[in-house]
Design a protein around this ligand. Structure first.
Ligand code: ADP
Length: 594
């Protein structure tokens, strides 16, 4: 994960440092080797020079000897003497120079043997000469062994010089290689160092930018939170892990009568002092539970907050723990609100509901009384009509008109009786006083009776009714009159809410332990939004008087309640206006009577 703390990535810095140090070390080692080689090469040259000097000193000694032997003049012995004294120092110097080279040490010891032999020869001849034996001395010279020794010395010197030159050459090569290696390692280290430094700087800057962005976002977030807490309608108190108050928003300040500054650091129980509404006993603070159990503690009812100034507020409160990154509970947020307004609303609603229930009860009583009172005069009217019918003269003027008017009054009276009966039934059901007299019957018989009852309206509108029943009886425990009422209602509706010459299907079948009866028509249909409502009391799709077909909107309510009182159900289906309707009654099937 990228670091967002604004600090440079330490790993990269160490790597850069390691590369730089390694490059420096390699460079230093190569430079040292370069320096060593340089010193060695210069010593090689010194060795060569020293060999040359040695040889020329020896030559000087020989030249001195020759001069003395030929001339007999002792002056010639001076260079010989000087050479002798110089030689030993030169030989020591040379020995020191080559002491670290075993091959040259061996070669030098050979050279020294020859030099010693030469010096012996020179000393011997000079000794003879000094003793006056010139011919003896010259005889030694002429014998040629001195020349041979000198030639040997020359060869040894040349050999040693060659060895030194070879050494110098190989050191030269090494020097060049070391130089290149030094340059390359320093250049590489510099390049890698610069590159890594660049990367470190880039990473650092990026981290810094990300850290700045993160800091800005955090500041914005804090500001947003502060503004939100200041503007919300709920009171908010936050605490630390020890339940000491850390913050109060303005609503909390208003409700507790504590200021944010005064409350900061105070124990929460002091600032947020709550008691039970009825017992007045201290209530366990939800924040304490949230801190202790690390869980969100939901709203508590019937809590009273007692403010610093003694004011009491009915409140709802809840608390949630604040968790730090490692999951431990770092504090708690307590949210609460004044519910006095809501309590008043609730009380008002309760009063309203009680009033409505009272009004509803009185309406039911009124409907019952009304139905009863309406029914009372209807009975004598009907009887009167029957008497009129029986007492009518068989012939006479105006006979036809009288009959027409009487039948019209009869029809309307019957309609009025049906409406009043429905009304009475509904009021009985709502008051829970309707009783069913159930017995085991064949549903087919009930359906046929219902068809007969609905036949007048079906025929008057020219509808075609199809009745489909299974061949075997379908037993049901039912109050035949009441169950018949359900199907008569549905058939009447099918006829009422279909244009003339429509089709109506009444079909029944047994599905497992349920009897399913469907009343389907090709009528005006029901809009989908009305489907759930038509079973409500007084509900009508079209309430205009001319379309309501003289009903009160209670037929379906009654049918549904009656179906339910038989342990069944009633539901409606329609694909919408003009698409016809289907009402389905489900009843529990009963076993055949024994
Ligand atoms: P009413 O017929 O007295 O108005 P109901 O309770 O029997 O009352 O019916 C309620 C309403 O449901 C009716 O007013 C009518 O709008 C609608 N409705 C009932 N049956 C049908 C049907 N078969 N086709 C279309 N609409 C119907």
């Amino acid at each position: 994960m990228a670091e967002h703390n604004g600090r440079p990535p330490t790993g990269a810095i160490y790597l850069t440092l390691a590369v730089l140090i390694a490059g420096g070390l390699i460079g230093y080692m190569n430079v040292r080797r370069l320096d060593d080689n340089r010193r060695l090469v210069s010593r090689t040259h010194e060795v060569a020079e020293s060999l040359e000097t040695l040889l020329s000193t020896l030559k000087d000694a020989e030249t001195g000897q020759r001069g003395y032997l030929l001339s007999g003049t002792t002056e010639y012995l001076e260079p010989y003497q000087a050479a002798l004294s110089g030689l030993s120092a030169e030989r020591q110097h040379l020995a020191a120079l080559i002491s670290d080279n075993p091959a040259q040490v061996i070669a030098l010891s050979g050279l020294n043997t020859r030099i010693d032999a030469k010096l012996d020869e020179l000393a011997q001849t000079i000794g003879l000469m000094k003793r006056g034996d010139k011919p003896g001395a010259l005889a030694i010279v002429n014998a040629g062994s001195g020349k041979a020794t000198m030639d040997g010395v020359r060869r040894d010197v040349a050999g040693m010089k060659r060895a030194e030159m070879d050494l110098a050459q190989s050191r030269d090569r090494e020097t060049i290689a070391s130089y290149r290696a030094a340059v390359a390692s320093i250049a590489l280290a510099t390049f890698v160092g610069v590159l890594l430094t660049g990367l470190v700087l880039y990473g650092f800057r990026r981290n810094l930018t990300q850290a700045q962005i993160a800091a800005r976002l955090l500041a914005e977030e804090e500001e947003r939170l502060r503004t939100t807490l200041a503007s919300i309608g709920d009171a908010v108190i936050s605490t630390d892990a020890d339940a000491n108050v850390t913050f109060l928003n303005p609503v909390a300040e208003a409700l507790t009568a504590w200021t944010n500054a005064d409350a900061a650091g105070q124990p929460l129980s002091q600032v947020f002092n709550i008691v039970n509404e009825s017992s007045r006993l201290a209530v366990e603070n939800p924040a304490i539970r949230a801190l202790r159990d690390g869980v969100i503690v939901g709203l508590a009812n019937h809590t009273i907050l007692i403010a610093k100034d003694g004011t009491e507020w009915p409140i709802d409160d809840s608390a949630a723990p604040i968790r730090s990154a490692d999951g431990s509970v770092a504090g708690c947020v307590l949210v609460f609100r004044d519910i006095s307004g809501r309590k008043k609303d609730e009380e008002a609603l309760q009063r309203m509901a009680a009033n409505l229930a009272d009004a509803d009860r009185r309406k039911d009583e009124f409907l019952a009384t009304l139905a009863h009172e309406l029914r009372n005069p209807l009975a004598p009217i009907r009887t009167g009509l029957q008497l009129l019918h029986r007492m009518r003269p068989s012939h006479g003027p105006g006979q036809k008109e009288d009959d027409y008017i009487r039948r019209m009054i009869e029809r309307q009276t019957d309609h009025l009786v049906r409406l009043v009966d429905d009304l009475m039934d509904v009021s009985r059901i709502t008051r829970g006083v309707l009783e069913l007299r159930k017995k085991r019957v064949d549903l087919a018989a009930v359906l046929r009776d219902a068809v007969e009852a609905a036949r007048p309206i079906i025929e008057s509108k020219g509808h075609q009714l199809t009745l489909t029943l299974p061949p075997t009886p379908m037993f049901v425990d039912a109050d035949t009159t009441r169950l018949g009422q359900v199907f008569t209602n549905l058939l009447n509706n099918a006829a009422k809410y279909s244009e003339r010459d429509g089709r109506i299907w009444l079909a029944a079948e047994r599905r497992d332990s349920t009897l399913v009866i469907s009343v389907k028509d090709t009528g005006i249909g029901i809009p989908s939004d009305m489907l759930p409502k038509i079973f409500e009391m007084f509900a009508q799709v079209d309430r205009s008087l001319e379309r309501s077909q003289g009903g009160l909107g209670i037929g379906l309510t009654l049918a549904k309640r009656l179906a339910e009182m038989h342990g069944g159900a009633l539901e409606a289906h329609s694909d919408g206006p003009g698409q016809g309707s289907e009402f389905v009654v489900r009843l529990p099937a009963a076993l055949a009577p024994v």
